[in-house]
Design a protein around this ligand. Structure first.
Ligand SMILES: [Zn+2]
Length: 440
């Protein structure tokens, strides 16, 4: 039973008495699961026919959150890529009910060494907007954290990546003394810290330093005993965010589940590998490197889990149309199961556990007092994780989403954008025309 956006009672058929005048929705033979919650996306820059800082508007952020909702996602956290003023304003406007139903917006403030941090595409959005705090020393890190404390920011994310050794003014990735100071200061103020780290040395470093959420999975190396021991000691949350490195599901033939929210031109572009973040076309056979990645994932994933890493859903959606808002979640869940979780464990990782990271108690499970955020499915995902895709309807805050209208809007909006931004398209040059020359 749902009232004023919340679940007021839940139980066996016949055990709950509905008040007079209540509307009854017959879900006989359906399965109801909590809406998913995603702690790692990049939002606002994707335009499908362009990827540009010029796309970063409240309207486009809302579009992305509506896409999340369409696929059954109730909350989504932008990870280190939003200007703080913009993010707070958007959050307040959403809380004030100024926007139509969509996934609830959360954000973490970003930290990186000068000129470093986000990947080659995302950085072309974050740099012009000054979305990432650039710090070179422990003192700078502490000062920047304190500024965010004053502004009541709750979560931080920092990047540690070898790619920073070959770009940016410092020509080096964030060193341990800087991120250790950052984590310690953030923890003093009750903030939660996420770390992007993609190799064994850096993953060991950030987990040892006490990061709350480890982001990414080792794909080019294998976990070793020392790292397992560190994971066992620290038991961080772990957002594997693996699917962006996969071939698009669109390479496997018709895929109405994904195709329903994209215009045909974008679907064709994805299959041809013409995405803004470069990816191989479907016609290119899988490389030896790809096979090695798969082998490493199969080896590493169960080791993280067995060591006590607390898996939590993140997708990295927002840098490539091939792995975009909403459908990426369902792919990521499929990977969890393929790599060793049970479907029930994958569902927990995508529903209740993310609320621990978001630090919200009002959603993530179906229980009295929780928000009525749920997905009605035509089949049971505990039996087969692919059944999360059998969506009959999505309810957020007790209201049924008009998925048909949303779907039409997604396709229409892209067509409109195509018309207004046709001048930007020009055969997908390597970088969006709006990008500035950021690094020497
Ligand atoms: Zn990311």
């Amino acid at each position: 039973m749902v009232r004023n956006g919340h679940i007021t009672a839940i139980g066996q058929k016949g055990s709950i008495k509905a008040p007079a005048g209540a509307a009854r929705v017959d879900l006989t033979s359906k399965t109801v699961m909590p809406a998913m919650n995603n702690i790692h996306i990049h939002i606002g820059y994707e335009g499908y026919v362009s990827w540009s800082v010029e796309n970063h508007t409240p309207e486009n952020v809302l579009d992305h959150l509506e896409r999340e909702a369409f696929y059954g996602v109730g909350t989504a956290m932008a990870m280190g890529d939003q200007p703080v003023d913009f993010a707070f304003k958007f959050q307040q406007d959403q809380l004030a009910g100024k926007f139509p139903p969509a996934a609830r917006f959360f954000f973490a403030a970003g930290f990186a060494p000068p000129g470093g941090g986000p990947d080659a595409l995302l950085i072309q959005g974050t740099t012009p907007l000054h979305a990432v705090n650039e710090v070179s020393t422990p003192d700078e890190a502490v000062a920047a954290v304190r500024k965010l404390v004053a502004r009541k920011v709750k979560e931080l994310k920092f990047w540690v990546d070898n790619r920073d050794n070959s770009r940016g003014s410092t020509k080096k990735k964030m060193p341990p003394e800087v991120y250790t100071a950052l984590i310690e200061e953030a923890h003093k103020h009750g903030m939660l810290v996420h770390a992007h780290a993609t190799n064994l040395q850096d993953q060991k470093g950030v987990v040892k330093a006490g990061v709350d959420v480890l982001v990414h999975t080792l794909a080019a190396e294998k976990v070793d005993d020392e790292f397992v021991a560190i994971l066992q000691a620290k038991r961080p949350y772990w957002a594997p965010v693996m699917g962006l490195g996969d071939r698009s599901e669109l390479c496997d033939g018709d895929n109405p589940f994904i195709e329903q929210v994209l215009p045909d031109t974008v679907i064709a572009d994805i299959r041809a590998g013409k995405t803004w973040l470069p990816s191989p076309p479907c016609s290119q056979p899988a490389t030896a490197q790809f096979a090695q990645r798969e082998e490493n994932l199969k080896y590493n994933f169960p080791k993280y889990i067995a060591a006590g890493a607390r898996i939590v859903l993140g997708t990295d959606a927002g840098v490539s149309a091939k792995y975009s808002y909403g459908f990426a979640e369902h792919h990521e869940l499929g990977m969890y199961v393929r790599l060793g979780l049970t479907p029930a464990e994958a569902i927990i990782a995508s529903t209740s556990r993310p609320t621990e990271v978001l630090r919200i108690k009002d959603t993530g499970t179906l229980a009295k007092g929780k928000r009525a955020d749920f997905i009605v499915l035509n089949a049971n995902p505990v039996e087969n994780i692919r059944n999360t895709r059998e969506i009959d309807s999505v309810y957020l805050y007790g209201a049924k989403l008009d998925r048909g209208a949303l779907q039409a809007k997604f396709r229409q909006a892209l067509v409109d954008r195509d018309a207004t931004q046709a001048k930007l398209k020009k055969d997908y040059v390597a970088h969006p025309p709006s990008s500035r020359k950021l690094i020497d």
